[in-house]
Ligand binder design. Sequence first.
Ligand code: NAD
Length: 318
Amino acid sequence: MKTYLVTGCAGFIGSNLVDYLLKKNNRIIGLDNLSTGKKFFLKKALKNKNFKFFKIDLLKNNIDRYFKNVDRVYHFAANADVRFGLKHRKKDINQNILVTYKILETIKKNKINEIIFSSTGSIYGEATQIPTKENSPFPIQTSLYGASKVSAEAIISAYSEAYELKSYIFRFVSILGDRYSHGHVFDFIKKLKKNKNVISILGDGNQKKSYLNVDDCIRAIDLGVRKFNKNVNIINLGTKECLTVKESIKIICKILKLKPKIQYSGGKRGWVGDNPYIYLDTNKIRSVGWKPQYNIKDSIKQTARYILKNQWILKKKN
Ligand SMILES: NC(=O)c1ccc[n+]([C@@H]2O[C@H](COP(=O)([O-])OP(=O)(O)OC[C@H]3O[C@@H](n4cnc5c(N)ncnc54)[C@H](O)[C@@H]3O)[C@@H](O)[C@H]2O)c1
């Protein structure tokens, strides 16, 4: 039995990952400050004797004691909100760069040999090559979030090159599925619950992304870690299709049985730093036998239905 530590274990992706790893009969130590994560997402995991949860802040608290006898660290805690980067500039730097540095120092001190990191397709900025490969020309950063993730990736790689630390950096696009608690589907439903007659949407609605289901994302991470064996492994994840914001709102309105007037704020980008088109080349992960089981439309439907069934998510913090 292996012991894995998951940071951000109460988040959307982290909590799904915890359930997956427990099912595979691993021992899990979960750390989260519940800033955006929800203890409710850990309801099932908390009943499992192989799961230990600690509510701690990775930036402020001493974290050393949780890293004893750990075989691998999944570092998924972050400020995952791309949109408000320029409003709260310190957040991306503190939560995404400094926390990653602290995790790496603790990993080194405790002689842990593997780190799995959740990075993002945003690091490609406005890519010049689409589909964007892992080794595409290095972009200009367009968001503080992307900049903080690329910085974290660089620091992880440098520790890997210097010390006995294998790293797996997964770059993925917007994730959908159960426990989805932030992103455009969440925002649209929240707005429509407030006003069912009119909805205002940022940008011109033609922004498109190759969204991925959280189950497919976690299966890809699991497979990637088992199949790739370099010192530093960088792997894109995503589907081979794209969905525009316009198509997405159509599906959401159909599920809500609403026909609101849709007002677009205009412009290619939803906000400063928004990348209007993200489509990653995923041949690397596909070469080891992974392919997504969900298409984007079904994932949007699943996500919308999950939010409607769990409307407390729209209001409650934790
Ligand atoms: N959701 C996506 O579409 C997406 C896409 C690409 C990358 N990612 C990355 O995947 C990871 C998980 O994202 P998510 O969507 O689950 O976000 P999330 O906000 O649901 O999860 C992040 C978790 O980290 C915790 N956290 C944040 N700062 C912390 C701190 N200082 N100490 C302890 N815990 C802290 C939060 O409480 C939360 O539970 C993040 O690294 C994110 O950047 C997400």
